[in-house]
Design a protein around this ligand. Structure first.
Ligand code: ADP
Length: 397
């Protein structure tokens, strides 16, 4: 079976063609600069193929056409015809409180995604463009939407409600939603398999350019660090994370910024990038800076580790204890120093790393010491596989 997984952004589109049953990726790639000029990077790993092409992409439809063309290309492709694509799975950012799981895309589903645009103004329009581009280029092909918010819909009201007047919740749907849900769901499933039981108290640390944590009990999400938008929670590459709203008010008043300009600053110019005085949002650069004695880089890393540790502590309280801690995404999978610093902070509650095991990068591994009360795992995330599996399951039904 071949599932085409699509992650459409406003000017880019990532794709993978994979078998949902084996997880094997036949081809993957990226369309960039959609709406400007257009560039396609395409790889077929098993055949050692990597090609880059400049292809005009005025809209997402041309980008999808370019993807289909290269997938069936006799020289660089991996299938003979697009008939071999059984279905398309789309990553969709915001499902609001309508979607607790993935669904087949029909008019009602598209309207619901459209209705969530006020909640996900940066991503949902792009996700819809990806869906409509596929409809145009592959009419009749079954499509499935997989929502970044869905995994978190099991949170209880005490976790998802904001302590603000009820009408903002009831009329405007303002509440905590949480994101990276497909990643949190994937690593939760793996953690349950690796731990050999489902009744575990688990905290997942998805630490990448964007970072979020989730508190999970019996496989169900109880709380998560992102909120109405992905801006909330721990500091990230360029996002501030949690902040007193009065900081925004002060800056807007003093510097004559609009709310949108201020939010843009909090989303794109803050986080570890800001704390390192603009040096970098990339943890590799920050670590190199810290090693050469750059104090701003030290503070950026220290602040990140501190805030992540605080969330893990809070979630251990929320869960009534902790059995398992999982690190995933770019930094979580590849950052032994970050993992070590966080786990050192959590030593008081029985988290103890094995320094040798913790050197692992990008591979699934138990990294806690044998006498650690909490099992600590590195589990590389695989959102595309989850999307492909959901798509296959719904289409096979
Ligand atoms: P995104 O949120 O964009 O999906 P990723 O999960 O790919 O982000 O994480 C990207 C981040 O992972 C990079 O900014 C970098 O800081 C970090 N990273 C990747 N590889 C390493 C590494 N070898 N050591 C430390 N950090 C790394």
């Amino acid at each position: 079976m071949n599932i085409l997984v699509i992650n459409a952004g406003s000017s880019s589109l990532k794709y993978q063609l994979m078998d949902p049953h084996t997880g094997e990726v036949a081809a993957k790639g990226l369309c960039e600069r959609i709406g400007l000029d257009g560039r396609l990077t395409h790889k077929a790993p098993a055949r050692g193929i990597k090609v880059e092409r400049e292809i005009p992409m005025p809209t997402h439809a041309e980008a999808i056409s370019a993807v289909l063309e290269i997938l069936v290309d006799p020289e660089n492709g991996v299938i003979a015809s697009t008939d071999e694509i059984d279905a398309v799975g789309h990553r969709v950012l915001h499902g609001g409180d309508k979607f607790i799981q993935s669904c087949i895309i029909d008019e009602a589903c598209k309207q619901a995604i459209r209705d969530c645009i006020p909640l996900g103004p940066l991503h949902n329009p792009a996700n819809l463009m990806g869906i409509e581009a596929c409809e145009k280029v592959m009419p009749g092909k079954p499509q499935v939407a997989v929502f970044d918010t869905a995994f978190h819909m099991t949170m209880p009201p005490k976790a998802y409600r904001y302590a603000i007047p009820t009408k903002y919740y009831e009329e405007d749907h303002l509440r905590r939603y949480g994101f990276h849900g497909t990643s949190h769901r994937y690593v939760t499933r793996r953690a349950i398999e690796l731990m050999g039981r489902s009744d575990i108290r688990l905290v997942n640390c998805h630490l990448g350019n964007g970072s979020s944590l989730s508190a999970v009990k019996d496989g169900k999400c109880q709380d998560t660090s992102m909120g109405l938008s992905p801006l909330a929670g721990v500091p990230m590459g360029t996002r501030s994370g949690d902040i007193d709203p009065c900081v925004a008010q002060f800056i807007m008043n003093k510097y004559g910024m609009t709310a949108d300009e201020c939010l843009n600053m909090l989303n794109k110019k803050s986080g570890v990038l800001a704390l390192s005085n603009g040096l970098s949002s990339d943890f590799r650069d920050l670590e190199a800076g810290a090693e050469s004695g750059n104090e701003a880089c030290c503070l950026a890393l220290d602040k990140f580790d501190y805030e992540v540790s605080k969330y893990v502590g809070a979630y251990a309280a929320a869960l009534g204890g902790l059995d398992c801690l999982v690190f995933t995404a770019g930094v979580g999978e590849n950052g032994p120093n970050t993992r070590a610093a966080i786990c050192r902070n959590l030593g008081f509650m029985g988290v103890k790393l094995d320094p040798e095991r913790n050197q692992v990068r990008g591979k699934e591994a138990l990294i806690s010491a044998d006498d650690s009360q909490v099992k600590v795992w590195v589990i590389p995330t695989n959102e595309e596989l989850m999307i492909a599996q959901d798509t296959a399951e719904l289409v096979e039904k």
